[in-house]
Structures are given as C-alpha cells and as structure tokens.
Design a binder for this molecule. Structure first.
Ligand code: NAP
Length: 312
C-alpha cells in the first residue's frame, strides 16, 4: 500500500510552493505534485516587479519560482512530476491517481491555478505553435524583427506587449474596448513605448497562413468593419500572442466540490466544502489574483491543514 502523506499539494505555482514551505516548516510529511515545471502562470511572466521585497533587476517568473522551489526542498518537501487524472476527496484518506501511480493524503491542498483562455478566433488551434502563442517569455525570441500582435487589454497583455518590444519590429495591442483594463502604471509604460501601437474596439476574428501565420483578420466591434493584417512579404510571418484572461484548472474536481464560474469556493481559511481539502491561489474564488495573494493563500492553507491534522 502507498504511504500516506500528511499533506499532498497539487500544483507548483506560488500558492503550492508557499503551502509547501509552510507545511515543510511544520514538519508535515508533504508531497508536492506538479505536471510540468514549477512556477505555474508566473513561469510565463518575463518580469515580476510587484512581489514585496523582490527588486532584483530583471527578475523573471522562472527565476523567482525556482528560488521558491528550492526553499520548499530545503524544508523536506518531496516533489513528484505527474499528471493527476482522478481525485477522491471524501473520506479520511484522500486519493489521487496519476500516470505515475497513486498518492494518499490526510490533507489535500489544491493549487492547480488557471490556464490561458483561448482568443476564440477561427483557426486558432491550427496555428498554435506556428505563430499563435500564449507565452511571450517562451516564444518572443522567435519573432525577432517581425510584426507582433497581442490580443487583450489587461495586465498580462500590456506587460507582455512591453516585453515583446525587445524582439519585435513593432507590437500592436488589439483590444475589444477603447480603454485598457491594465494597471495605470503598466499603461503609462506602454503608452511611452514608441514601438507599441493600439488597435481599439477590435477583436481577432480569424488567423490564416500556410505553414506559419501570416494574416490576422480583425473586426471593429463598433463599425463591424473587417481588416486583414498581413505580414510584410519580406517577413513571411507574424506573431499573435493571446492574453485574454484565464480559465481555472478545476475539471478534476467537478461534481465533488462546489464551483463558482469554474473556481473553487473556500472560506477565508482556504477550507473547501470537504474536510481536509483546502484550495489556494488562482484556482479559488477571489478578487485579486497575484503572486502575493497566491503565496498568502498557500501559507494559510498549510497552517490550516496542520490544525486540521491536530484535530483543532
Ligand atoms: P484579465 O485581467 O482578465 O484581462 C483580460 C483581458 O482580455 C481584458 O482586457 C478583456 O477585455 C480581454 N478579453 C477577455 N475575453 C476576451 C475575448 N473573448 N476577446 C477579446 N478580448 C478579451 O486577464 P490578465 O491580464 O491575464 O490578468 C489575469 C489576472 O492576473 C488579473 O487579476 C491581473 O491583475 C493579474 N496579473 C497581474 C500582473 C501584475 O500585477 N503585474 C500581471 C499579469 C496578470 P475587457 O477589458 O474588455 O474585459
């Protein structure tokens, strides 16, 4: 029979890693399971500048989360790479099953985060990885010297548009309204950047090309007018980055936990409706999804898990 952990943490973003740090410090026998690399969504961020005390020049999501992971490991948290396929949340012992086997725990901390929402245009899937991307840090360099478009108007879209100016000839933000949702400080930076342009009141309707993306059809939502943005002939391709929000990674918990618009409902101590099951970070219903709030959730969840195990 598999050993029973005090706590299993599902997800290795800031919420999961903070939960690991606190659980490890409390000497709980803890396992963190992550299907990919640590970092979750911040691994897609080129620069993190609003985590308190973090002022290292050019700190990326990857470097920050690597240090978080190292801190977890120092406190004895075990780490497994696996993709969990089923969860059984009820009962005293929770059971997770993945490609790599079965994991048992007295407490579960669900920190599965969220994934990029598709732009929702025609042919999007077909051109993903061939001009359409959701990660400027990963793919920006492929578009050196080319025209790049960004769909969205929130913090991610505008921050990543700024980052993409390092590579692209010019970056155009396509936003469905005429004002940005992004924080004022981020907007100011973008408006001051000569290589960033804005296409207001517009949505991406379809993408086209041969082997690679070379045309984007946008529609003005006010006038209905359609425009085809083509790659200059000498370039042969262009880039489209989608940053139109995120969808929670909660398919595994459907039917077992109450969800609100797909997000897990918790109380302020990160308790879900099932005793011994906690949720932390972007996966739960909350008003501010940031590294700092994810980390705080993780800490609270781990402390509450310890109290639960002590029968408090
Ligand atoms: P977001 O804040 O939800 O913004 C999504 C953007 O995409 C909005 O501008 C929205 O337009 C647009 N959009 C949504 N659906 C669309 C569609 N179907 N077609 C076209 N446009 C669409 O998402 P986010 O920017 O990824 O940020 C997610 C969370 O992470 C936020 O809480 C954000 O503050 C946080 N974040 C923070 C930082 C930071 O603090 N540095 C960096 C990145 C992200 P409307 O504006 O018209 O709704």
């Amino acid at each position: 029979m598999s050993e029973i952990y005090d706590a299993v943490i599902l997800g290795g973003g800031p919420a999961g890693l903070a939960a690991g740090l606190y659980a490890g410090r409390s000497r709980l026998k803890t396992l963190l399971i992550e299907r990919g690399a640590e970092g979750g969504q911040i691994a897609l961020s080129a620069e993190i500048e609003n985590y308190p005390g973090q002022m290292l020049e050019g700190e990326s999501g990857v470097s920050l989360s690597a240090r978080m992971a190292e801190q977890c490991a120092r406190f004895g948290v075990e780490r497994r790479t696996d993709s969990i396929e089923t969860v059984e949340l009820e009962g005293e012992v929770k059971r997770l099953t993945g490609g790599g086997g079965e994991y048992l725990a007295r407490c579960l901390i669900l920190a599965t985060g969220a994934s990029p929402r598709p732009i929702g245009c025609e042919n999007e899937k077909e051109f993903t990885g061939r001009g359409v991307s959701y990660c400027a840090t990963c793919d920006g360099a492929f578009f050196r010297g080319l025209d790049v478009y960004v769909a969205g108007g929130g913090d991610s879209a505008v921050e990543e548009a700024i980052f993409l100016t390092r590579f692209a000839r010019q970056v155009t933000v396509i936003h469905r309204r005429d004002t940005l949702r992004a924080a004022r400080s981020i907007q100011e930076k973008a408006f001051a950047e000569p290589n960033i342009h804005f296409l207001w009141d517009s949505v991406v309707e379809r993408v086209d090309g041969g082997d690679v993306l070379d045309a984007i059809t946008v529609r003005n939502v006010k006038t209905g007018e359609r425009t085809v943005l083509r790659a200059p002939e000498e370039d042969g391709m262009l880039g489209l980055f989608g940053f139109v929000g995120y969808l929670p990674n909660t398919e595994l918990f459907q039917g077992q936990l109450p969800l609100e618009k797909g997000y897990i409902r918790t109380d302020e101590d990160m308790r879900t409706a099932i005793p011994g099951v906690f949720a932390a970070g972007d996966v739960r219903v909350k008003s501010l999804r940031q590294v700092i709030t994810a980390a705080a959730d993780g800490a609270i969840a781990a402390v509450q898990a310890e109290r639960f195990l002590l029968g408090l």
